[in-house]
Design a protein around this ligand. Sequence first.
Ligand code: C2E
Ligand code: CA
Ligand code: CA
Ligand code: CA
Length: 273
Amino acid sequence: AKEGGRNQVMLYETGMQSEIVRRLAMERDLRDAIEQEQLQMYIQPQVDRFGKPVGGELLMRWQHPQRGMVSPAIFIPLAEESGMIIRLGDWVLRQGCMAVCALQAAGIPMSVSINVSPKQFRQADFVDKVKIALVDTGADPALLILEVTEGLLIDNLHDTIARMLELTALGIRFSIDDFGTGYSSFSYLKRLPLYELKIDKSFVQDTPQDANGTAIVQSILSMAQHLGLRVVAEGVETRAQAEFLIENGCHSMQGFLFARPLPLQDWVTQQTA
Ligand code: C2E
Ligand code: CA
Ligand code: CA
Ligand code: CA
């Protein structure tokens, strides 16, 4: 029994060690990724009930020289823990502004949504960075939407609101991403300067067959309507989901049914062809 115990500890340590080594390697690689231009912005369109693209979300892609395409679901959490998200976030902000300009130059009338992690948003100079990115690129702030998560609202709600108001004054709009999956107090909804709620795909994918999922999506839509907020549904994969969402007053939809995320330039080419 004693030996077994020791083996267990060793296995645990070995497991820990390889996990740490793996993380360190990825962290180091991520550091190089920006300079070596391994990161790319993809866009996934959001369409209205007629199927017309009205906006698009920028999603990061990392083409690793050895590992191939690394999912942001893996490297974003790592970047958040290591603090690297700040540099990635700076880059994304600039890419977002550049995308606004590129779409406008191509005559494609679409807003651009970017994901902003809580750490990035809480930086003391975040508002300044946004201002500088807007001035440097000449992007129209009215076309930029920042997607933030409910995690941002857990603490320092007062500071968060103040900062959101500063950015709103510039013309920028806010969307609550993955709505319904996080901090679940509805009281903040009327206190925040919000433009939009983004229904998480886990709820969308339960419609229309699952009674609970259907009820959740309907409640979000009716609450948003009363609060004067727009709603985007993410992860729309089937015609039945789209029909359900449209019937219940959802403003726009994003998902594989309409388009997979694709390189921004490909989207521009496709829209202007
Ligand atoms: P998210 O913001 O919730 O983005 C939506 C995710 O759902 C994307 O995954 C998208 O490709 C995927 N998706 C879109 N349509 C469908 C569909 O119809 N069905 C299904 N099953 N999935 C769909 P992706 O691109 O792998 O990104 C994963 C997460 O990584 C994002 O989730 C976001 O939290 C984070 N992320 C991506 N890019 C950035 C970024 O530039 N900055 C930050 N901070 N986070 C990012
Ligand atoms: Ca998002
Ligand atoms: Ca989302
Ligand atoms: Ca999500």
